[in-house]
Design a protein around this ligand. Structure first.
Ligand code: KG4
Ligand code: ZN
Length: 338
């Protein structure tokens, strides 16, 4: 890259309103995230209408702040990248419309971004991506193993057949009476566990690269309900510890097997569940034993943010991906057809 590429990234697919300026796809010039978690907490999950309203209220300020912190003007930008999907349609629409308006007003290219490619490219903000690679995508809505031959090329080689990993964390947390979002709460509890409860490890020895998390989730829920009915005391720490161990063992074992069978030069981890301390430790130590290079972004880049959208958008920009004023939010956008 001879010339500097400056991209404004915008992300509103779920419950964070975010904008960021990224230089050359690797350097964060600004990264502003307005989280709505406190508004959704009392409902135990994200309420789509509440999310859309917050995005509308926040988006202008968040973009202005990102531009100010980067200390640039719109004339300095090369393009505006925005999450087109997947996500909540009403939430996505706010970002898409803001990006369209800014692109039209300033005559800047508009670059549509798939949210999961954003999570994957969060890694490029901290580490070099070495191809071919295997990306383990673990978020609230997705659990996938993706093979990447080169920049901007995504092949799904395995996916969950039911719940996403993050979704199962959130549901188990709710059963244990922990607050939303459940992942961080279970992660902390699990670290205090002395005798983790033994839960099933679904599809651990299955030949495919697919996952299934609804069985282990139901097993936790059943044990908790049975104990409640019998008035038996259960250790929340040990339930959390056992559940986390099951999920991690399956994720780590399948990711390593995928890397070996696709002769990947690197494993990268993407999505909110990549913030999980147990998963990070287990994957890093297994990769070290197996002599496979492993990259996991710092925690603030694992959960939803716009820096990752700017990073993925830079690849889209350089590949010539452009959208026009007809761009629409697509809640079920596929990564392979992107
Ligand atoms: O990627 P993300 O921020 O949003 C989506 O695109 O879905 O992921 C959110 C998910 C939630 O299910 C949340 O519970 C989970 O990531 N999560 C965690 C941790 N931090 C967030 N799961 C396990 N351990 C964590 N430390
Ligand atoms: Zn996400």
């Amino acid at each position: 890259m001879n010339q500097e590429t400056l991209i404004l990234g915008i992300e509103t697919s779920c419950d964070e309103t975010a904008a960021s300026v990224i230089k050359n796809g690797t350097s964060i010039e600004s990264n502003v995230v307005a989280s709505q978690i406190n508004s959704h907490k009392r409902f135990g999950g994200v309420v789509p209408e509440v999310a859309s309203r917050h995005h509308v209220e926040q988006i202008t300020m968040v973009v202005e702040k990102a531009m100010k912190e980067a200390d640039i003007d719109f004339t300095d930008l090369d393009g505006i990248a925005v999450t087109q999907g997947p996500g909540l349609v009403g939430a996505l629409l706010v970002g898409v419309n803001a990006a369209k308006a800014l692109s039209f007003a300033h005559g800047l290219p508009l670059i549509p971004v798939h949210h999961i490619t954003g999570h994957i490219y969060a890694n490029r903000l901290v580490d070099k991506m070495t191809f071919p690679l295997i990306a383990l995508v673990v978020s609230g809505g997705h659990t996938e193993l993706i093979y990447m031959q080169e920049h901007g090329h995504y092949q799904i080689i395995g996916k969950t057949r039911d719940d996403a990993a993050g979704e199962s964390y959130d549901k188990v947390a709710r059963t244990l009476g922990l607050s939303y979002p459940g992942g961080p709460a279970i992660d902390q509890m699990a670290q205090k566990s002395q005798q983790p409860v033994d839960f099933p490890k679904p599809m651990l020895h299955d030949e495919s690269f697919d996952f299934s998390f609804s069985g282990v989730k139901s097993s936790v829920i059943n044990q908790v309900h049975n104990a409640e009915q019998r008035g038996k005391d259960l250790s929340t720490e040990d339930i959390a510890g056992g559940f986390q161990q099951s999920v991690i063992d399956v994720l780590v074992s399948k990711t390593i097997r995928a890397a070996k069978s696709f002769q990947a030069k690197q494993i990268i981890v993407a999505g909110g569940v990549a913030a999980n301390e147990g998963l990070r430790q287990s994957l890093l130590s297994t990769c070290e034993l197996e002599n496979i290079q492993c990259s996991i972004p710092p925690i603030h880049l694992c959960t939803d943010n716009a820096a990752m959208i700017g990073a993925a958008g830079t690849i889209g920009y350089l590949k010539g991906h452009r959208a026009d004023m007809a761009l629409n939010a697509q809640p079920g956008l596929s990564i392979e057809r992107f």
